[in-house]
Design a protein around this ligand. Structure first.
Ligand code: DC
Length: 237
């Protein structure tokens, strides 16, 4: 594929976005940007600082004072909080339980969105999150909205947490995801919703390989099509 495009992947918690986005980026030799990891690192920073999460101004100041970066190391995305690798600390039930509060704040989102646009400036990116197609990259050539049943998502997240050594039950995970769905879709700033022009992909019964293949083929179709049709310019259409 010659032309480099921007790909926006949005969807609810545990819909398979991150794994799909990472593998897709690898297949395309694109940069993968996990925006959820940035909000997670910001939440960790606020928790460590002991900031009262309901104090919007203080949370915003705390996020601005901490340096959150993403780096690729030997094919793996590393999330850095003030140069410390926090990959395993940001995927815990504690972070999950308060992240929706932090990510509902406009000032925090402004900070994150500015960084994310900067990262995507050169094109050739796969970015996943909640507001990528709607706010961060509204001009992305390919927008995908990934969905899956609550049960399929809870099952996937349970396995991920257990792999991380967390002892949680299926019921706890399902409750936490349902709660986050509600908060992510109902917040007033950049709520999770399908972007205009986004293609919907239901991953409930798809393997990761199948998801990657479907989106890869969509990307291929787009990169094979010239951006401007010279004939339409000639005909004045
Ligand atoms: O994708 P994830 O589960 O790692 O995201 C964690 C939380 O971060 C999610 O519940 C909402 C928030 N988030 C957001 O508000 N906007 C994004 N672009 C990405 C994540």
């Amino acid at each position: 594929m010659k032309r480099k495009i921007s790909i926006a992947l949005d969807g609810p918690a545990a819909s398979g976005k991150s794994t799909t986005a990472r593998l897709l980026a690898k297949k395309l030799s694109y940069l993968y940007i996990d925006t959820g990891a940035m909000y997670r690192a910001a939440t960790l920073a606020a928790l460590r600082a002991g900031v009262d999460m309901s104090d919007e101004k203080l949370v915003e100041i705390c996020v601005k004072e901490n340096r959150i970066r993403l780096r690729l190391e030997m094919g793996e995305q590393i999330t850095l909080l003030n140069d410390e690798n926090v990959n395993s600390q940001i995927r815990t039930p504690e972070i999950n339980s308060v992240i929706s509060v932090l990510s509902s704040y406009a000032g925090v989102r402004r900070e994150m969105v500015a960084q994310q646009r900067e990262l995507a400036k050169a094109g050739g990116v796969v970015m996943d999150g909640r507001d990528i197609g709607t706010v961060v990259l509204p001009d992305a050539e390919l927008k995908v909205f990934m969905i899956a049943t609550l049960q399929a998502r809870a099952q996937r997240r349970l396995l991920e947490l257990q792999k991380n050594g967390e002892s949680v039950t299926y019921e706890e995970v399902e409750r936490e995801i349902a709660n986050r769905d509600k908060l992510d879709t109902s917040r007033s700033h950049s709520p999770l919703k399908k972007a205009e022009g986004a293609r919907e992909l239901d991953t409930s019964n798809l393997s990761i390989e199948q998801q990657v293949k479907i989106i890869y083929n969509w990307a291929r179709e787009i990169t094979m099509t010239p951006p401007d049709n010279p004939l339409s310019a000639l005909s004045g259409a």
